[in-house]
Design a protein around this ligand. Structure first.
Ligand code: GLN
Length: 549
């Protein structure tokens, strides 16, 4: 059986519990321990797949096709491991399991209650990844903030596990905030005291406090926090604001968070954290030699979290290219044939993001046309690839009404069509084409040079696809379908051989980009943008059309 670390949050949301949990797991992994992380979310949706990105940011998809919380993306990017459906559990999923069991008669006539039935199911799932000698340590991040009504069953489950498991097998890390009051020039510990008190009322006493703060915590403050929250002073960890999330593992190492956890868990591990690759990445990230500007066209561009994995992939790909990637928002709703040049000027590359629905579609198509005709590096992901196909059909094949049946069911030229197996599906949750599928790459194509392989596997999340009735026409007109699903023939990659970099993919390469293994398509897209930047002969003007994100 593995050891368990529970990470809870107090005072306020958005303190970065996911990053703290991922950083701690990274340090334990770097010390030679097998670590994984799971997230328990208190909301009632069975998974975040049905949530609007405005509500919950990006929906991260795992290899096994689970639609999960975006924190799982951080876990994978930090740890360079795959997570699964088991790594993300919501209240909805817990209740669904319990209610299904009740309908089967599994409770033998008992009254089914939050305690013990819901909490038992939470505990069962909390322990699941720790079985079978796969991991030495399982970290569990509890979503939400302590004190929320909906978090209570999770805290109760942690309380019971603390009581059931041997003392050295389980610990609780509580993330909290120490606000700095400018007027009083003082750091304030009271909210933390209240938050710990709230947890104690629920029977859980944190072993370690990780304190987010804008100002350094001196020994006096640490002592005060320790004394009033009843933890050892060495267990009060300062978590200062960092320039990048990738620096947090090093900050936590300096604060000895990993060592304190290991001591409490009785984990004897002499190896110092092996972070050579991580530090090399950070060095490159901090001291870039060049800079490119990439325009991101999407529906939710004002919301950072909606394209989390794409933005992180650019950070990984930028570092390896020793190049700062500035991503600017481009609002496609306001792009017209008349202003497209002005809107896209100053860009070194254009990325059309994944998405659903009508909004801004025509502007996207105009932007793709501009990139295609002007040799501007173009990268289309999922919906972005579909836009590139529609643009080509309209402007090269001459099918002026070409469209996706997602936006226009009656089009005469449905170049993007709903997949056959999708047509019968009525339920929305978990029913898209999800998770990893193989893709066979044509030799001699750009995709082949990028991946240096003929068989790859990437993750999916979509209902529509390229309509293969048109494949021949597209290829005759110069678009190469360079990646196909070997079993179904579904088009996975399109490219234009007579363009410096024009690639569209039906899958989501951003979901597999990690610090140690940046996604090859992003790496080459940034390299192409660098080249474009170096070689263009016009004097660039500052980018005025979007805010930096
Ligand atoms: N809406 C498109 C589809 O369902 C694209 C989805 C996406 O970009 N993830 O096929």
């Amino acid at each position: 059986m593995a050891k368990f670390i529970f990470v809870t949050g107090g005072v306020t949301s958005s303190l970065g519990k996911g990053i703290i949990a991922a950083s701690l797991a990274k340090l334990l992994q770097a010390r030679g321990l097998r670590a994984t992380i799971q997230k328990f979310d208190p909301y009632i949706n069975v998974d975040p797949g049905t949530l609007n990105p405005y509500e919950h940011g990006e929906c991260f998809v795992t290899e096994d096709g689970a639609e999960t919380d975006l924190d799982l993306g951080h876990y994978e990017r930090f740890l360079n491991i795959y997570t699964t459906q088991a790594n993300n559990v919501t209240t909805g999923r817990i209740y669904q399991t319990v209610i299904n069991k009740e309908r089967e008669g599994a409770y033998l006539g008992k009254t089914v209650q939050v305690v013990p039935h819901i909490t038992d199911e939470i505990k069962r799932r909390m322990l699941l990844l720790g079985k079978g000698d796969k991991y030495d340590v399982v970290l569990t991040e509890i979503g939400g903030t302590v004190g929320d009504i909906e978090s209570l069953p999770f805290i109760e489950a942690v309380r019971q596990l603390q009581w059931e498991l041997p003392e050295e097998d389980c610990l609780v890390v509580h993330l909290t905030l120490i606000p700095y009051l400018k007027a009083a020039k003082e750091l304030k510990t009271k909210p933390t005291q209240h938050s710990v008190k709230l947890m104690s009322e629920n029977g859980v006493h944190p072993d370690i406090l990780v304190c987010r703060t804008e100002e350094p915590l001196n020994n006096e403050i640490k002592r005060k926090i320790a004394q009033f929250c009843n933890v050892k002073q060495e267990a009060v960890i300062e978590a200062a604001d960092a320039a990048t999330i990738y620096e947090v593992p090093l900050l936590m190492m300096r604060e000895k968070l990993d060592q304190i956890c290991m001591k409490k868990l009785n984990l004897v591990q002499t190896q110092e954290p092996e972070l050579t690759k991580w530090k090399a990445f950070l060095d490159k990230l901090k001291y870039p030699k060049s800079k490119v500007t990439i325009g991101l066209i999407g529906k939710y561009i004002e919301l950072q979290d909606a394209y989390k994995s794409i933005l992180e992939s650019f950070i990984h790909a930028g570092a390896i290219n020793e190049c700062k990637v500035q991503v600017v928002n481009v609002h496609s709703e306001f792009i017209t044939a008349e202003n497209v040049e002005e809107k896209l000027q100053g860009l070194d590359g254009l990325l059309v993001a994944p998405g659903f629905g009508h909004r801004g579609i025509e502007g996207k198509i105009i932007a793709v046309q501009y990139a295609r005709e002007n040799g501007l590096p173009f990268f289309g992901i999922c919906l972005g690839m579909q836009m590139a196909v529609i643009e080509y059909a309209r402007n090269i094949l001459g099918y002026t009404d070409a469209h996706s049946t997602e936006m226009d069911e009656k089009t005469q030229h449905p170049v993007i069509n709903m997949m056959e197996e999708q047509k019968k599906i009525k339920m929305k949750g978990g029913t898209m084409r999800l998770g990893a599928y193989p893709c066979e790459i044509k030799e001699g194509s750009l995709a082949h040079r990028i991946y240096e392989a003929t068989l790859i596997s990437e993750r999916h999340r979509h209902r529509y696809e390229f309509n293969n009735d048109y494949q021949e026409q597209f290829e005759q007109a110069g678009m190469l379908m360079s990646g196909l699903n070997p079993e179904t023939g579904l088009v996975e990659i399109i490219e234009l051989p007579n363009h410096p970099f024009f690639v569209g993919v039906q899958y989501h390469p951003e979901l597999k980009s990690t610090v140690e293994n940046p996604a090859p398509l992003f790496v080459h897209f940034v390299a192409a943008a660098k080249k474009y930047n170096e070689h263009r002969d016009v004097i660039k003007k500052p980018v005025l059309h979007g805010e930096m994100i």
